[in-house]
Every structure is written in C-alpha cells, then in structure tokens.
Design a protein around this ligand. Structure first.
Ligand code: HEC
Length: 141
C-alpha cells in the first residue's frame, strides 16, 4: 500500500511537472507569434531594432529599468525621448490597444527570455494591475 502511494505521488509530480513545462512552452510560443505579428517589423526578428531609429529589445537595459511600464508601452505606445543602452531615441511607437493582458504578458515573457535576455518573468496578475493603473491615469488626463 505504502509503495503504491509513493508511486502515485511520483506519477503526480511527474505529470504536474510536464504540464507546467508544456504550459510554459505554449506561453512563449504565443508570445513569439504575437511578436512576429506586432513587433518584428520594427524591432526585427533578432530584437536588435534599427540603429538610431528603433531601440533594441535584445540586451536592452530599458526592459529591466522600466519593467513596470512595459505593459502600457505595448498597449498605448510611447513617444518622446527615451534612452536605451545610453542612446537616445525619439521616434514614436504606436500602441496595440487590442492585445489582451494575457497576450501582453506572453509577449513580455518571450522578449525577456529571447536573444540572450535572461530577465525575470512577468506575472499576468502584475501586468493586469499595471494596465489598470495606467488606464485610470490616462482617463484623468
Ligand atoms: C512602428 C514601429 C514599432 C512597432 C510595430 C513596435 N515598436 Fe516598440 N518601439 C518603437 C520605437 C520607435 C520605440 C522608441 C520610442 C521612443 O523613442 O519614444 C520603441 C520602444 C519600445 C520599447 C522600450 C525601449 C526598449 O527598446 O526597450 C519596448 C519595450 C518596445 N518598444 C516593445 C515593443 C513591442 C513588444 C512591440 C510589439 C507589440 C513593439 N514594440 C512594436 C517602434 C515600434
């Protein structure tokens, strides 16, 4: 009986682990597809951007230093001077208002784990809270 329990526990842990793994993989797969459709034409397939005009996402210090702004940048765009890896950019980026909070989380996580980037994963609940806050701030303006 005891042995049986051990076997069941092991089986459970294994299945749960596999489920988690495949779930992660799907997330990044969706993130990659969305990146290809919505971001790649400017930031390029390898995340290097376009020198002097479009900032890079590969190895960009901005991703870490402005972590809490990324969801709103993706949804609403950004304009005005920003500094990425010591270089100033001033081209406007359009937003993608139709992307859901899940999709935005998956894009951020694809970026955070691609092209040598090894950044902390974004949590969907945090992304939702950030989007709510910047939506409210925009309404006040
Ligand atoms: C039409 C071109 C264009 C598209 C499409 C675009 N971006 Fe951008 N992106 C820019 C530009 C230009 C800037 C710099 C804006 C500025 O200078 O204020 C920027 C800035 C950024 C930044 C902050 C700076 C950095 O490099 O870390 C992030 C993050 C970002 N974009 C992510 C995305 C994501 C994710 C998508 C797809 C959902 C996307 N962009 C789609 C042009 C684009």
């Amino acid at each position: 009986m005891k042995k049986n329990n051990l076997f069941l526990t092991a089986l459970f842990v294994l299945t749960a682990g596999l489920a988690l793994l495949s779930c992660d993989k799907n997330q990044f797969t969706q993130g990659k597809i969305l990146y290809t459709n919505f971001c790649e034409r400017c930031h390029m397939e390898d995340g290097t951007g376009l020198r002097g005009i479009i900032p890079p996402l590969a190895g960009a210090d901005f991703l870490e230093t402005h972590k809490t702004e990324l969801p709103c940048i993706i949804r609403y765009g950004i304009k005005g001077d920003i500094v990425v890896n010591g270089k100033t950019y001033q081209t406007e980026m359009p937003g993608e208002p139709k992307l859901t909070e899940f999709e935005i989380t998956n894009i951020i996580n694809y970026i955070n784990t691609s092209w040598g980037n090894d950044l902390e994963l974004a949590r969907h609940t945090d992304v939702r809270a950030i989007l709510k806050a910047c939506e409210a701030a925009r309404k006040e303006q």
